[in-house]
Unconditional design. Structure first.
Length: 221
């Protein structure tokens, strides 16, 4: 248990800092008015990219915004869909950035989407395999480590996808005159804070895998 705390603590601390930064950045950017709503900003970004096959709809939840590549639908939370704030247009443009990635066949996004089923299965099945391996046969341990490795792989490949979407968002917002260059501060702050949450998640997954390797392979010797 002590080893787990020592190894995972940095990632947990970073995640906590990231969450506080996200809340603070979003709250501040939500107080700065924008020229249009998040939905309108997303629509302009998509239109500017020549994409007319992606729909935009409102979904319940706070910061539940995401792009669904299967249904070609950009889903925005109520405060982002209707909000005429820098926070709203920044988040909406970020999600529109994912739609642009999809339309342009952005390779890291293709890999990430392909890795989703394996990562979802690995996040739950890996724990079962590791326990079976510890108490029954070491072959289960290697299966469990491989399955959790799928989770780590997903987190790693997710980083360039998210960073690129944020980079596209900032460029498109300025290019289409949605946000002036000298007013990009609040938007950039929100996107940087969100990026740190992905970094923290990746670090936690990597350290968790390292812990499993040390704990379970060492425990069998």
């Amino acid at each position: 248990m002590l080893l787990w705390i020592i190894m995972i603590a940095p990632a947990v601390l970073l995640a906590a800092v990231a969450q506080m930064w996200v809340k603070s950045a979003y709250s501040s950017a939500a107080q700065v008015p924008a020229k249009m709503s998040g939905a309108a900003a997303a629509q302009r970004v998509l239109k500017g990219a020549g994409i007319d096959s992606v729909g935009i709809e409102e979904v319940p939840g706070h910061l539940s915004d995401h792009y669904d590549p299967r249904s070609k639908m950009l889903r925005l939370s109520r405060e982002v869909f209707h909000g005429r704030t820098m926070a709203a247009v920044g988040i909406a443009a970020h999600e529109a950035g994912h739609a642009i990635q999809d339309a342009r066949n952005y390779f890291p996004l293709i890999i990430r989407n392909a890795a989703v089923p394996a990562a979802n299965f690995g996040s739950s099945a890996s724990m079962i395999m590791l326990m079976l391996g510890f108490f029954l046969h070491h072959y289960f341990i290697f299966i469990g480590l491989a399955l959790f490795g799928c989770v780590v792989f997903f987190q790693i490949v997710n980083l360039p996808v998210e960073f690129n979407a944020s980079s596209r968002a900032k460029h498109e917002l300025v290019y289409h005159g949605i946000v002036d260059q000298d007013e990009m501060g609040p938007v950039s702050n929100v996107l940087r804070a969100a990026a740190l949450t992905y970094v923290a998640a990746t670090l936690q997954a990597v350290l968790q895998l390292m812990y499993f390797v040390i704990r379970f392979t060492g425990g069998r010797r």
